[in-house]
Design a protein around this ligand. Sequence first.
Ligand SMILES: NC(=O)c1ccc[n+]([C@@H]2O[C@H](COP(=O)([O-])OP(=O)(O)OC[C@H]3O[C@@H](n4cnc5c(N)ncnc54)[C@H](OP(=O)(O)O)[C@@H]3O)[C@@H](O)[C@H]2O)c1
Ligand SMILES: [Zn+2]
Ligand SMILES: [Zn+2]
Length: 359
Amino acid sequence: MPSNIPEIQFKGYAVHDTKNWTTFELIDFEPKPFEDYDIDIKIEYCGVCGSDVHTITGGWGKPTLPIIPGHEIVGKAVRVGPKVSSIKVGDRVGVGAQICSCMKCEQCKNDNEQYCPKAVNTYSSHYPNAEKTLSQGGYSTAVRAHERFVFPIPSALPLEEAAPMLCAGLTVYSPLVRNGAGKGKKVGVVGVGGLGHFAIQFARALECDRIVAFSHSSHKQDDAVELGATEVVITGKAGFEESLVGQLDLIICTADVSDGIPLREIMSTLNVHGRLIMVAIPNEDLPSLMSSDLSKNGSFLGGSKIGSKKEALEMLDLAVKKGVKPWIEMLSMKDCGTAVKAVKEGNVHYRHVLKMDIE
Ligand SMILES: NC(=O)c1ccc[n+]([C@@H]2O[C@H](COP(=O)([O-])OP(=O)(O)OC[C@H]3O[C@@H](n4cnc5c(N)ncnc54)[C@H](OP(=O)(O)O)[C@@H]3O)[C@@H](O)[C@H]2O)c1
Ligand SMILES: [Zn+2]
Ligand SMILES: [Zn+2]
């Protein structure tokens, strides 16, 4: 390595066995070879996402081990490739759940790079040109990402508050704006967790008329109102949907369960041609529906995957203007086992952020 390039040690907390997914050990890892558009980020904070838990528990299938999770990453750029034009060394930056794509396909050319068939996830993913290298996530000292997936963090946002926006925030912001959330709209948010607590805040920031939070128990009622919900509906109660039938334009579903979610009843709260967008990705199949559940209000059921860089930059800007911020519980990075356990048990209000502690 030439002498003007800082020496970065790539080390992180890894799970070695999906059965012991709360046990992390510090390992060294080899990032992909550095290329012209790459940026190395020295990590300061990393959020803990529900997807980290699905991956390390093997809920979505057996991952390649050992695996370092974490894709809500913020820190400083310490090395930038010769073709990088938007970021310089020392900038406050972050990455979310994606670090590369093909840059050439229809999706990449149209601000849909998250849907690129060759998308490289921040962790547990192989590069098309460096197939032996497994990407590793942000419970670590550093990450290497293509410029397109590196987001400058506005100076008004503390880094630790920006971190959870880069997956949880973006994953709800994108389907809200793509499906018309704004003035005059009535929006529902199912699940008040990491994603859900952002969805309520962004629906408010986008000036939606009504924001209905659906939560499975009554514990989060006051929090949901404080976050911006105009109504809170407890889905654990029979008949919860009756007063809302046919009223909502858009519902973002973040509830991380398959059998526990009363999908049919929730769909019935949609207005004509209203849409329910699933962003949660539970381990199991969704509950079954009858065609008539969709035809009776002409409703649509769809999905959404993170968001584009264009949307990420708009979202960060809106967060600054409207004061959207995560409710975070900070832990030292070595306590990542405690953090993932709390997510699995539904005990986080509403995002754990890990603070770098690796020397
Ligand atoms: N599509 C994407 O690109 C993308 C990106 C990031 C994450 N995700 C996925 O989104 C989901 C949510 O992630 P997260 O980080 O927000 O997780 P989280 O903080 O754990 O929130 C999930 C929420 O699901 C609800 N829930 C949990 N257990 C439940 C139960 N037994 N019955 C009913 N509801 C229950 C809870 O809300 P209430 O207590 O209010 O009911 C909980 O707060 C995960 O599946 C994750 O993998 C997808
Ligand atoms: Zn995530
Ligand atoms: Zn592509």
